[in-house]
Design a protein around this ligand. Sequence first.
Ligand code: TRP
Length: 339
Amino acid sequence: MRIVSGIQPTGNLHLGNYLGAIRNWVAMQDEWTAKGATCLYFLADLHAISMPHVPAELAANTREMVAALVSCGIDPDRSILFNQAQVPQHAELQWLLNGTARMGWLNRMTQWKDKAGKNREGASVALFTYPVLQAADVLLYQATHVPVGEDQKQHLELARDVAQKFNNDFASEDKPVFTLPDPIIPPQAARIMSLRDGNSKMSKSDPSDMSRINLTDDADTIMQKVKKAKTDPEPLPAEIEGLAGRPEANNLVGIYAVMAGVTPADVLRDFAGKGFGAFKPALGELLVEKLSPMAARYRTLREDRAALDAILAKGGEKARALALPTLNAAYDALGLVRS
Ligand code: TRP
């Protein structure tokens, strides 16, 4: 079993990032490395240049994301943690796979359609071939399982199509070059909403800092933000159905549930009939208890550039070694002479 997943580097990490991807990566690492599987987790910095970006911010965000991942529990001794830019095999394999991926397949990708919008002529070529790089990311390591959010399922299917066609066209049946990876969509892929508006996602770009819990927030700040979170005047219902049409209440109950490792129904069983005056302090304390140790590590580690660069250098070295045999097999299969 080999687990591979990537995340685009962003700065100002918040609760939504943690409960979205990071927590799931940590859980998979803890479960699967104990059973002898290898987990490779990387910062998709090469993907980040498919959209307009500020170079200094990309560099800073890459390091900040490493600090966040390690602080939240990714262990660079058990998992291979690296950034694409230090493993040139990703870009090399992408080019080789560009011969196999079809224009029609890429044209159907919803992320491409969404991000390019009406201005396809002005979109970068990288945005169009983004899914081919993503296919290279996982095929390079013979990934068997790829944890991703629902929105990335289509890209994973494309990776499977690319692998299948490449194997058909260029490999013998008994010796395929690539493994077909399976997506793993986390069961309760937590969608954390803004504390100020239960209908929009918690986001680092929301102008109001009160809308999100940052991974750097201290205990007082967390308590304050939870207490000031938007709610409605009704007490909490006894059943999930009672949360319908109450996006803010639904969000806070959802956050409590994932942080406590229980279901929203469990939360309502404990808090049915209670108002937010009682629920919010409980939620705040839970968040402080769970986030404080991570926040403390994060605040220290993000300032330690030498430590962060050392983690990435070590991860990159391990990743390059694992990538080489598959890349060589792909060159050979295509008839590319390199000796
Ligand atoms: N496209 C993914 C996202 O935006 C990030 C990503 C890049 C990825 N390469 C990957 C995820 C390979 C899983 C496997 O979330």
